[in-house]
Design a protein around this ligand. Structure first.
Ligand SMILES: Cc1cc2nc3c(=O)[nH]c(=O)nc-3n(C[C@H](O)[C@H](O)[C@H](O)COP(=O)(O)OP(=O)(O)OC[C@H]3O[C@@H](n4cnc5c(N)ncnc54)[C@H](O)[C@@H]3O)c2cc1C
Length: 462
């Protein structure tokens, strides 16, 4: 097998590829395409092309799963020298921690959480730190709902607010960055930001032009089929979904009990449908239906290489407000100053907070992505499978019930795309629901057992 094929098999063949688009920037012999399961992968433009060792090394060093540098290495080189910077093993570097929302304008109303991401980007534009923002917007291409795009003014920026639980890749927009001089900010999930940092180490033009990297927290990435499946349950058949708002705030419910809003064709007519996420199969994030498998092999919860990281304030004291709040981890002095100035001007409603509160807002995410990654790695090692090097050490030092929960999550993740593909071929949503229900039920049973075990432990402790 050629060196390229070996690398491709390690990363893409084994599902350790995040579909970011980096390899298609490294080489014009590679393009990004969605596979039949709705996940982006790199593909060869010319199957006969022989990559040189130098080209293969570039691919290796810009890929999160094969680079010799990890998130800690990159974050240290970026932030260690920043004034008043602190370090936490969980959150990474930070010079400011906040929880809250934007008071100014409609950022909070239009955003998924407190509206901070769009507000920060608009501040960077307004104060002339950047010329454009690279973020995720509705796609104009048929068959695709969302894609990375470039906004050059606040109107365009605002139109791209909201969380998209949908796969995207940045090869085309980063090629534009390379061709069109300017100062850019980019919004991205942890693997995307990390791969842009790795790319920046190899490509001085990208490094010079990407002035700010705005990170989102990401429980896991979803395939295109997630949106399609939610819509199918609402009566919109595959291919008939026109648009989706994954995070419609509900006035009468906590922020965590959001709904989805869909526009699509039902019985030949375009309709708008609103459904609570909790009423739909697939809305439980722990189960991980339609998860991109590579998400199970990152250990970066807090987007540690981003200049600022934003997420949902999943804390009871904040979720009771249906309008939404952010957690904010700041690492870049310019962003810190923008926030502090805006606090003084009463444009933001925020609490200055501590590591423990930020950690608590993502405690389940930390458990899955860091603590229990050790078991997923252990399983790979036991089978002598190739796997990426992680900052977490392989081991099975978690309880038996948590190991079974991890096994079930992996099973759901790996079986969902295949069962769903059969459902599409049979044109039968019922087929998918019938096949997935036993898996979901056994997952729920494991949680019942865990609750009983916890209760027994509490009684014995007394
Ligand atoms: C796939 C995914 C999983 C997430 N998981 C978690 C989680 O587990 N815990 C948590 O606390 N938060 C998670 N988030 C982040 C959260 O949903 C909000 O996006 C975040 O709190 C920012 O809200 P906001 O109101 O400040 O952003 P807004 O003002 O609504 O702006 C959102 C910005 O993010 C951009 N964007 C939307 N989707 C994507 C995408 N897929 N890739 C890159 N940029 C995008 C938009 O274009 C926009 O610029 C996730 C987000 C995504 C996309």
């Amino acid at each position: 097998m050629s060196s390229f094929n070996t690398l491709y098999q390690q990363v893409v063949g084994n599902h350790y590829d995040f579909g970011t688009g980096t390899w298609a920037i490294d080489s014009n012999k590679i393009k990004m395409e969605l596979d039949q399961y709705g996940t982006y992968h790199p593909y060869l433009v010319d199957k006969e092309y022989e990559f040189t060792e130098a080209e293969i090394e570039l691919l290796r060093q810009t890929c999160l799963s094969t680079s010799t540098k990890n998130e800690s290495d990159i974050a240290q080189s970026l932030f260690e020298g920043t004034d008043n910077i602190k370090y936490s093993p969980q959150l990474g570097y930070y010079n400011g921690l906040y929880v809250g929302h934007v008071l100014e304008g409609n950022y909070r109303k239009n955003g998924s959480s407190g509206g901070f991401v769009t507000w920060i980007c608009s501040q960077l534009l307004r104060h002339d730190y950047i010329d454009a923002v690279i973020h995720v917007k509705e796609s104009k291409q048929a068959g695709k709902l969302f894609e990375y795009g470039i906004s050059r003014n606040e109107l365009e920026l605002d139109a791209g607010a909201k969380t998209k639980y949908y796969p995207v890749e940045y090869s085309e927009v980063i090629k534009t960055v390379k061709n069109v001089p300017g100062r850019y900010a980019v919004v991205g999930l942890p693997s995307y930001i990390m791969e842009l940092r790795l790319l920046s180490e190899q490509d001085p033009v990208v490094k010079e032009r990407l002035k700010f990297m705005i990170g989102l927290v990401c429980g896991h990435q979803k395939t295109t089929k997630f949106a399609e499946f939610l819509a199918w349950q609402c009566g919109i058949k595959p291919g008939d979904l026109k648009s989706i708002n994954f995070r419609k705030k509900q006035d009468d419910a906590p922020a965590s009990k959001y709904a989805i809003e869909l526009v699509g064709i039902v019985d030949g007519k375009e309709q708008t449908i609103v459904k609570k996420m909790s009423d739909l199969v697939g809305g439980n994030w722990g189960q991980g239906m339609f998860k991109v498998r590579a998400s199970d092999f990152t250990d970066d919860v807090m987007n540690e290489t981003a200049d600022v990281t934003l997420g949902d304030a999943w804390l009871p004291e904040y979720t009771k407000d249906s309008k939404g709040n952010n957690i904010v981890i700041v690492r870049h002095p310019v962003i810190k100053k923008l926030i502090e100035d805006a606090i003084d001007e009463h444009l933001l409603q925020v609490d200055r907070t501590n590591e423990e509160t930020i950690f608590r807002s993502q405690s389940s995410h930390f458990r899955h992505t860091q603590t229990e990654l050790s078991y997923r790695l252990y399983c790979k090692d036991k089978r002598h499978d190739w796997r990426p090097q992680k900052r977490v050490v392989a081991g099975k030092n978690i309880s038996l019930i948590r190991r079974r929960i991890q096994d079930k999550r992996s099973e759901i993740c790996l079986k969902t795309p295949i069962l769903y593909q059969h459902a599409i071929e049979k044109d039968s949503l019922d087929y998918f629901l019938k096949e997935i229900t036993p898996l979901v039920n056994s997952y729920k049973n494991l949680y019942r057992i865990q609750r009983i075990e916890n209760k027994i432990h509490r009684i014995l402790k007394k």
